[in-house]
Design a protein around this ligand. Structure first.
Ligand SMILES: Cc1cc2nc3c(=O)[nH]c(=O)nc-3n(C[C@H](O)[C@H](O)[C@H](O)COP(=O)(O)OP(=O)(O)OC[C@H]3O[C@@H](n4cnc5c(N)ncnc54)[C@H](O)[C@@H]3O)c2cc1C
Length: 410
């Protein structure tokens, strides 16, 4: 029997995991990732609010990957394309391959803003959701009983940077959770949740159909929206903002960094053709220009034919996973590789803990029904049939109510 070819996949996010699952059984597949679990990022907000549990949206690779896929937890620090080797520091042997998939995603971009990296909480991983929740619980616990409303408001001021979909989803969840905590703890006054946006409007990348729902929800959740405002500096207890040339220092209990993504540092080290932002330029087959056995996808790649609205999305990465798997099978089997038109699968944003807005085709709808539709839509996109069934059943029978602001113990 012919020996199976070795496929090495670096990164266990949407691109890497879906490629691995598609390739299972057809090659000797190894998936390397620096986390031991996948993360369904569109529901990180619900993980934060306790509407879903970590086993549902951050399942361990051990539970997702069958016996046909080897999983290695580790952070790849370098790749030698000529030797066909990848290195994980601390591991004796290099990982070798016949075909390589690089799907390492991006990291938070702090744009060099003083104090942002040190003092702001990023929001990209399960542990970030837990850290933010913890910070909110600590801030609430520190409020003295019977404190005056203005004292409470100052102590419970949180800021989210960036009013893209992510900033809106997070700020409305934070505001709803805090208001619920105020009622439960009989605190006077109101929490303050601010969202700060450099541009002149919220969700700039989304159409007007969905913006109406977003603006209404921000208003109902009493999120303070500051557009045309720039973060100049972050300190341990405040943020310095600039609006219309005027600087203002706002004391905060926490600031969440949602204002940008940059290319993964591993990609910086690779001698591949890249665009201005450092993303790897790939062929329509997802192959790199000089190494036909090396494929790059998801947030690490620039794929010229994808619509700009799809760039940097899970929707694109998971569709590319399918194409990469097909093309690797073709490459290893000596067949012709193909390309594919990637589709926009619709937009969905959660708006607080009880509603959402969904856009399918040209039609947008909002409210609690849209929240249910969003859950259903995302159930269908979770990895593996087995996991989808387990999660779908648990949401259907167990419900998806948020958990009051107590540490989640993630
Ligand atoms: C909070 C949040 C919400 C989002 N919501 C949506 C949404 O609603 N809809 C949508 O379409 N998109 C959404 N996105 C964007 C989406 O998550 C990304 O576009 C998608 O995850 C990109 O997939 P990827 O495979 O390229 O990278 P990722 O999914 O980021 O996966 C990369 C993986 O590689 C691992 N890794 C990184 N470096 C190394 C290394 N050197 N060695 C080993 N492993 C490494 C990482 O830990 C990670 O597991 C959201 C993103 C975030 C952060």
């Amino acid at each position: 029997m012919a020996e199976k070819k070795r496929v090495l996949i670096i990164g266990g996010g949407f691109g890497g995991l879906f490629t691995a699952l598609e390739l299972s059984g057809s090659a000797e597949v190894t998936l390397v990732s620096d986390d031991d679990h996948f993360l369904f990022t569109p529901m990180l907000y619900e993980l934060f609010s306790g509407e879903v549990e970590s086993w549902q949206v951050a399942p361990y690779f051990k539970e997702l990957l069958g016996d046909d896929i080897q999983f290695i937890k580790g952070c790849v620090s370098s790749i030698d394309f000529n030797k066909r080797e990848a290195i994980i520091p601390g591991r004796n042997d290099a990982l070798t391959y016949d075909a390589l998939v690089i799907a390492v995603g991006g990291i938070s971009n702090y744009w060099g803003i003083e104090g942002a990296h040190e003092y702001a909480i990023p929001f990209r991983k399960a542990e970030h959701a837990a850290a933010l929740r913890q910070r909110m619980v600590e801030a609430l616990d520190a409020v003295p009983p019977n404190a005056a409303p203005q004292v409470v408001r100052r102590a419970i001021t949180f800021m989210v940077t960036g009013a893209g979909a992510s900033g809106v989803e997070l700020s409305t969840k934070m505001a709803d959770l805090l208001r619920d905590a105020f009622k439960r703890r009989a605190l006077k006054g109101e929490p303050r949740v601010m969202i700060v946006e450099m541009g002149d409007r919220v969700v700039p990348g989304m159409g007007h159909e969905i913006r109406e729902f977003v603006e209404k929800a921000l208003n109902e959740s009493r999120v303070e929206v500051h557009t045309s405002t720039v973060v100049k500096r972050v300190t341990p207890g405040s943020v310095i903002l600039e609006h219309d040339g005027v600087l203002e220092e706002v004391p905060v209990a926490g600031v969440v960094w949602n204002a940008g993504v940059r290319v993964n540092p591993l990609i910086d080290t690779l001698d591949l053709e890249k665009d201005k932002r450092g993303l790897v330029l790939v062929e329509p087959t997802l192959q790199t220009k000089h190494y036909p056995e090396v494929f790059v996808l998801g947030d690490a790649a620039f794929y010229p034919d994808a619509s700009p609205r799809l760039a940097g999305t899970a929707q694109l990465a998971l569709q590319q996973g399918d194409l990469a798997a097909d093309n690797i099978k073709a490459l290893l089997g000596g067949r012709k590789l193909k390309t594919k038109h990637f589709q926009e699968l619709g937009e969905a944003v959660s708006l607080g803990t009880s509603k959402a807005a969904v856009l399918v085709g040209e039609k947008a709808f909002g409210g609690p029904l849209a929240r249910d539709a969003r859950f259903a839509m995302y159930t269908a996109r979770l990895p593996t049939w087995h996991h989808r069934l387990k999660v779908g059943a648990s949401w259907f029978f167990g419900g998806t109510a948020p958990r009051p602001l107590q540490p989640l113990g993630l």
